[in-house]
Design a protein around this ligand. Structure first.
Ligand code: GRF
Length: 196
């Protein structure tokens, strides 16, 4: 069985879309794959309750617990890796996971680590993507599923979705339009990786 581990920090709506697609499409039987754990760096991430109510194992590795450490980022990543590796995952899926990962973490999961970013990469890496797209006068925006490499928001692109930017769009309205597409392309991209 191929195990997927999903990392979240917040609402976890992409995680929920993946879990629901996997259950609806019966990935366990059809792809020999399952979401084996949802891990958050925040105990108060709303997505954790959804995961638990859908039968997922959940765990919290709180980044703040490592702030007094000599190398907090490395210590947090080591603890996170230990938690992830209990599941021997075929894929580690970042879904709104708001921590920058160390090069060591990225190397450890080389070829198994993917992310979704709310812009049409390579445009608008980083934060605040929707407002930046509106401010730049973009007519189109979107989302990108990509492999994770050591450089933030730069890995090879696996899937993209495009939406129009409307004249009266705010960052919030654009973000909702993009997020609806994220919920379609992320499960699709994962399915394709599992079939490859
Ligand atoms: C999404 O827009 C995703 O692209 C970005 O963070 C947001 C997470 O939303 N990386 P959710 O937690 O999946 O609802």
């Amino acid at each position: 069985m191929k195990n997927l581990v999903i990392l979240i920090s917040g609402s976890g709506s992409n995680m929920a879309a993946i879990v629901q697609t996997a259950q609806r499409e019966d990935w366990a039987h059809r792809l020999n794959a399952r979401v084996s754990a949802v891990i958050s760096n925040r105990a108060d991430a709303p997505g954790l309750a959804f995961a638990q109510s859908h039968g997922m194992e959940t765990a919290v590795v709180d980044h703040k617990a490592f702030s007094n450490h000599a190398t907090p980022r490395e210590a947090f990543d080591a603890a996170l890796m230990a938690e992830i590796d209990r599941h021997q995952p075929a894929l580690v899926v970042l879904a709104g996971f708001m921590r920058i990962l160390t090069a060591g973490f990225v190397a450890h999961y080389a070829g198994r680590l993917i992310n979704i970013h709310p812009s049409l990469l390579p445009a608008f890496g980083g934060l605040n993507t929707h407002q930046r797209a509106i401010d730049a006068g973009c007519r189109f925006a979107g989302a990108t599923v990509h492999r994770v490499t050591a450089e933030l928001d730069h890995g090879p692109i696996l899937a993209q979705a495009v939406v129009p930017v409307l004249v009266d769009d705010t960052a919030q309205s654009l973000s909702a339009r993009v997020l609806a597409q994220e919920h379609l392309i992320y499960p699709q991209a994962i399915r394709q990786l599992l079939l490859a």
